[in-house]
Design a binder for this molecule. Sequence first.
Ligand code: DQA
Length: 143
Amino acid sequence: ATIYVLNGPNLNLLGKRQPEIYGHETLQDVEDLCRDVAGGHEIRMLQSNWEGQIVDWIHEARDKAAAIVINPAALTHTSVAVLDALNAFDGPVIEVHISQVHKREAFRHHSYVSLRADGVIAGLGLEGYAAAVRRVVGLLGQA
Ligand code: DQA
C-alpha cells in the first residue's frame, strides 16, 4: 500500500533552518529514512508551505493512501482545516514533530491534529518519522 508522508510550512528548509532545533539533516534524508523502514509499502513524500495544498493532499490520500504520517509544522497549532481533512480520512494517522514541542513556547503545546492522530511523536528528531512509518507498517501489515 501507499503511505503519504506530509510535511507542512518551512520544512523545505530542514537542515538550513534553526539547525540548533531541527538539526542538519534535510527532508531528502527524512525521505530516505522513511523508505528504509517502509518494507514493501510505497512512500509518497510531500511538502508544502500552503495550507490548502496540504488539505488537497489529504483529500487525495482518501483514494490513494492506506495511512498518513504528517508533520503539519506550524499548521499543527492553527489549522482546523487540516484537522477536518484528516477527519475525512479513514486510515491510521500518525503526527510527528522533530522537536519536543512541549518544552518550547506555550503556543506549540496545543495541537488541533492530535484530536485525530492515532499516535503522536515529538522530540525524537528525524527518528520520529521512522518510528511513525514503522508503526503504520505494523498496523497495515507487511505489503
Ligand atoms: C515542528 C514543531 C512546530 O511547532 C513548528 O512550527 C514546526 C516544526 C517540529 O517538527 O518540531 O515548523 O512541527
